[in-house]
Ligand binder design. Sequence first.
Ligand SMILES: Cc1ncc(C[n+]2csc(CCOP(=O)(O)OP(=O)(O)O)c2C)c(N)n1
Ligand SMILES: [Mg+2]
Length: 333
Amino acid sequence: MKKVTKATYLKWYEDMLFWRKFEDKLAQVYIQQKVRGFLHLYNGQEAILAGALHVMDREKDKMITAYRNHVQPIGLGVDPKRVMAELYGKKTGTSSGLGGSMHIFSKEHNFYGGHGIVGGQIPLGAGLAFADKYHKREAVTLCFLGDGAARQGSLHETLNMAVNWNLPVVFCVENNGYAMGTSVARTSKSTDIWKIGNAYEMPCGPVDAMNPTKVAESLDEAIKRARKGDGPTFLELKTYRYRGHSMSDAQKYRTKEEVAEYQKIDPITQVLDIIKEKKYASEDEIKEINKRVKDKVSECEKFADESDFPDKSIMYDVVYEQEDYPFLAHKPE
Ligand SMILES: Cc1ncc(C[n+]2csc(CCOP(=O)(O)OP(=O)(O)O)c2C)c(N)n1
Ligand SMILES: [Mg+2]
C-alpha cells in the first residue's frame, strides 16, 4: 500500500475537517430554509472516504453510494461550490439544481451517485464493474451501502452474480449502527454483517472504520484482488453517524451517552492526535489549516447564495419527449 506519511496525515486532517464543516454548514442553511427536502449527513463516517481515496486509482476506479453522498464527489475532485449549489437547487449545481441532496453525480470524476432507493446502487455498482471487465479497463468499483441496505434482496442477487462472474467490485457496507431509527440488532440475528460474504464464498471481513489507516489497508487488499481478476470482496466498515438520519429526527432510539462514546474515537480527532504526537504540524500550522477550511466553506456558501435558480424551461431539456404527451401542449417558447 502507498505509505501513510506526514503528508497523508495532514491531507486527511484538512480533507476530513472540510467535509465535516461543509456538512455542518449545510445543516445550518437547512434551518434557514436555503436547502429543502431530505439532508442526510456523513458526520462521523469520514475516515471511510479518506482511507478509500488513499488507495484507489483516481484515474479509473469508480465510486457509487446511497443518498449520504455530499462529500464523496468532493473527495474525488468535484468543486465543492457546485455541490453546495446543487443542494440549494441552483443552476450552477452539479445537476443544474435538479438532482438535489440525494443525487450528486459526476461521471468525469468517476462518481456514479447518489441513489435514494435503499439498495438500488448495489446492482448498479456490479453493473459498472461488469462494464469495466467487459471492456478490459482494469478498473475497480467501490460500491458503498448502509447496514439497512445490506438487508435488501438486491444485495443477495448481486453478490451471487458478482462472485460467479468474478467482477472487479468491492462491496463496502458502512455499518453506522442504524437504518433510520432501527438498530442493526433489531433487524438481524447476526450483527456481524461481514459474514454475509461467507455465504457466497467471497473474501470478507470487519474493519475499524473510525481509523482511515485501517480502512486504507483493507480496501487496498480488496482493490488489488479485484484488479488482478480475483473478483469481489465484501467488507463491513464499522462506523457511526453523529447526526440524525436526516434533518427531522428526534433520535429517541439512542442515548446521548452512546453518541459521546463514539465521539471519543472520532476519526478527525484520532488523526489530529497523531499529527500533534509526531509533531507533524505546530499549533500555528494547525490554526492555519482550520482557517483555510473555514474560508473554503464560506466561499461555497457565498457561491450558492449568489447563484441563480434554473429557468423553469430547463425541465424540458432533461425528460424524454413523447409527442402525444399532453403536457407538451403547454411547453413555453
Ligand atoms: C427501497 C427503500 N425502502 C425504504 C426507504 C426509506 N429509507 C430511506 S433511508 C432508510 C434507511 C437505510 O439505512 P442504511 O442502509 O443503514 O443507511 P444509512 O442511512 O444509515 O446511511 C430507509 C429505510 C427507501 N429510501 N428505499
Ligand atoms: Mg445505517
